[in-house]
Design a protein around this ligand. Structure first.
Ligand code: SF4
Length: 315
């Protein structure tokens, strides 16, 4: 089977049918990108001594993201090949203490918005534009919608914002979309404004490929139905992780199926303002997983734009 590769044609057919195998992971272009990221985007999450709130400099956020770890228990119903959460380590926290989280959020926002974060040794050398708060992310070491007190947590974050102590900040939910149809999650999402965003993971177009990449406990069909239902109510940004598995990127057939799923979502009425295309930048625990070179990611984004008409960006 052929694979996506470097081509001068922007035609999806040419891109899909003429490509030889994906290059092995970590070519020169990948190393140089990682080196640049190591100064900012490649750095690990920084909890600053907090239990639930962390800082990350995120390419997809285009700067500083304050994250809420809704899964201190590391609970997830996916087992992604690229997951960087080490579930063998002892748990520092078992459950999310919403009151403590809200207090930490206040302090962390104060640190960031006051600019005092610049005085912190770990951030002193970073460009100031990277330290502007871009959003508060509901995310974590697992699937946030599985958090038993998800509703309380969303309410608490919305409440911190509503107090008006800080300038308005955007809230972003990062989710694998499996729990979007649960009543508590559905109700909680109604607390979000139009300025807030939902980023839903979609890494595959077929169940078999999803099984390889995400090893999910929920079928692809269910996930697509959830994205469609929510996408008919409010915009849903799709985030798609592409990686080299045993040195091979996604096959032409798999990419065609992935594009077909995007087209189906779009034609059924899902509002997808953006597809984020990216590849893991942090080291992956599984030896078979590698970063996909920037050129391949760019080709995939080009394909998405030309085959679906959806905006797509590489991060
Ligand atoms: S959905 Fe996220 S937390 Fe869950 S296994 Fe995948 S990468 Fe890890």
């Amino acid at each position: 089977m052929s694979h996506l590769h470097k081509t001068t044609s922007s035609s999806p057919a040419a891109l899909l049918t003429t490509a030889p195998p994906m290059p092995a992971p970590h070519p020169v272009s990948v190393r140089s990108r990682s080196a640049a990221h190591s100064t900012a985007f490649g750095r690990p999450r920084d909890f600053l001594g907090n239990r639930f709130i962390y800082l990350t400099v995120s390419a997809r956020a285009r700067g500083l993201s304050v994250g809420v770890n809704l899964n201190p228990d590391r609970l997830c119903n996916f087992d992604c090949a690229y997951c960087d959460v080490d579930r063998r380590l002892p748990l520092p926290e078992q459950t999310l203490d919403v009151d403590a989280m809200a207090e930490e959020l206040q302090h962390t926002l104060d640190l960031v918005i006051s600019g005092r974060i610049h005085d912190h040794p770990a951030y002193r050398s970073l460009p100031r534009e990277l330290l502007v708060l871009r959003h508060v992310a509901l995310s974590g070491d697992g699937e946030p919608t599985l958090c038993p007190n998800f509703s309380d947590a969303v309410e608490a974050v919305v409440h911190v914002r509503a107090r008006g102590t800080f300038p308005f900040f955007k809230i972003v939910l990062l989710t694998n979309a499996t729990g979007l149809d649960t009543p508590a999650v559905d109700l909680s999402l109604k607390l979000l404004t139009d300025a807030d965003e939902i980023w839903a993971k979609l890494d595959a177009g077929t169940q078999s490929f999803m099984d390889r990449v995400n090893n999910p406990q929920v079928p692809l069909k269910h996930i697509l139905a959830n994205i469609l239902t929510l996408g008919r109510q409010r915009p849903v940004i799709i985030q798609s992780m592409f990686l080299a598995l045993n040195g091979q990127g996604p096959t032409t057939d798999e990419l065609a199926e992935y594009l077909a799923r995007l087209n189906e979502l779009k034609s059924a009425g899902a509002h997808i303002p953006l597809v984020q295309v990216y590849s893991p930048t942090r080291p992956m625990a599984r030896a078979e997983c590698g970063h996909l070179p920037l050129k391949n990611l760019s080709d995939i984004a080009k394909l998405i734009r030309s085959s679906t008409g959806l905006p797509a960006e590489v991060f």
